[in-house]
Write a protein that binds this ligand. Structure first.
Ligand code: NAI
Length: 270
């Protein structure tokens, strides 16, 4: 069901790789709610070609940008503003990549050069995006920026590896830039801490099947799906949440407030 919540709003969506991506699901929901969109991803991801299907569906141009390149980001914002004929109302940062996880290094033996790249792609990229918009005055008054994160920023999930540190940094950037952009232009910056979700990035975590089943049993409402995450992001982009900023918002079916559930106790007693 659509409510026209984003009528007249213009947004940039980072990170739609394939139809399972949280960014993909969010682009579809934003379109349903009448937003105008620009889609972006790293040039290497665009070569897969999948995103063109989404672009057609949501009637959006695709502009390539490696999120670690200030030059790419400047071009992306310039072209987006030209396309929209003005400023931007919302941004979804749905980007994550761990080189050490990909290359099979455990947390205690990470390669620091790869770690720098992981932190740059997965966390400081939010700073780069906000800084680019700040320098160009690209965001409209009251605009909303959302980045996706995971509860490994607060608690230990061993196989999440260096991404736990990346998410902690990402959440901190959201708060710190949220302060500055809020003071300057009432721009809101929040992170949404999502349940484990079967996507390309999600499934890269070792032992993901056990992980997702455990989270399901530990959440009174069960795991939140990518489509449900998209719904939540739509509310954050809308004017209904105008006073929400600098928050890490759990979208996890209650997982973050649970000590233990009966389902897990029963499993232990077997
Ligand atoms: P995904 O693999 O579909 O999306 C990750 C995206 O990051 C891809 O589109 C990829 O091309 C993009 N990316 C990687 N390097 C980039 C670069 N240098 N420049 C621009 N884009 C780049 O996976 P998913 O799950 O949709 O991930 C989206 C976000 O949600 C990530 O931040 C992830 O950490 C977060 N998240 C995912 C959960 C899960 O279980 N899937 C749970 C909680 C948060």
């Amino acid at each position: 069901m659509a409510y026209n919540l984003l009528k007249g709003k213009k947004g940039i969506i980072f990170g739609a790789l394939d139809e399972k991506s949280i960014a993909w699901r969010t682009a579809l929901r934003c379109h349903e709610e009448s937003a105008q969109l620009v889609l972006t991803n790293a040039p290497v991801a665009l070569r897969m070609g999948e995103i063109n299907k989404l672009a057609e569906e949501v009637k959006a141009p695709v502009i390539g940008a490696d999120v670690t390149s200030m030059e790419d980001l400047k071009k992306l914002f310039e072209e987006s503003m030209k396309h929209f004929g003005g400023g931007i109302d919302f941004v979804l940062h749905s980007i994550g990549m761990s080189l050490n996880v990909r290359k099979g290094k455990s947390y205690t033996e990470i390669d620091y050069e790869w770690n720098k790249k992981t932190l740059d792609i997965s966390a400081m990229s939010l700073h780069r995006v906000l800084r680019t918009a700040w320098d160009m005055d690209a965001l409209n008054e009251g605009a909303s920026v959302v980045a996706l994160t995971y509860i490994a920023a607060q608690r230990v999930f061993p196989d999440y590896n260096e991404m736990a540190d990346a998410k902690a940094l990402l959440e901190s950037v959201a708060r710190s830039f949220g302060y500055n952009y809020g003071m300057k232009k009432k721009v809101r910056v929040n992170t949404v801490s999502q349940s484990p979700t079967r996507t390309t990035a999600g499934s890269g975590v070792k032992g993901f099947d056990g992980f997702i089943t455990y989270a399901e049993k530990m959440s009174p409402l069960g795991n939140a799906s990518a489509d449900e995450c998209a719904d939540y992001c739509v509310t954050l982009f809308s004017d209904l949440t105008k006073m929400v900023t600098m928050q890490n918002l759990f979208h996890d079916g209650g997982f973050s407030s649970i000590g233990v559930t009966e389902a897990v106790i029963n499993q232990m007693e077997k």
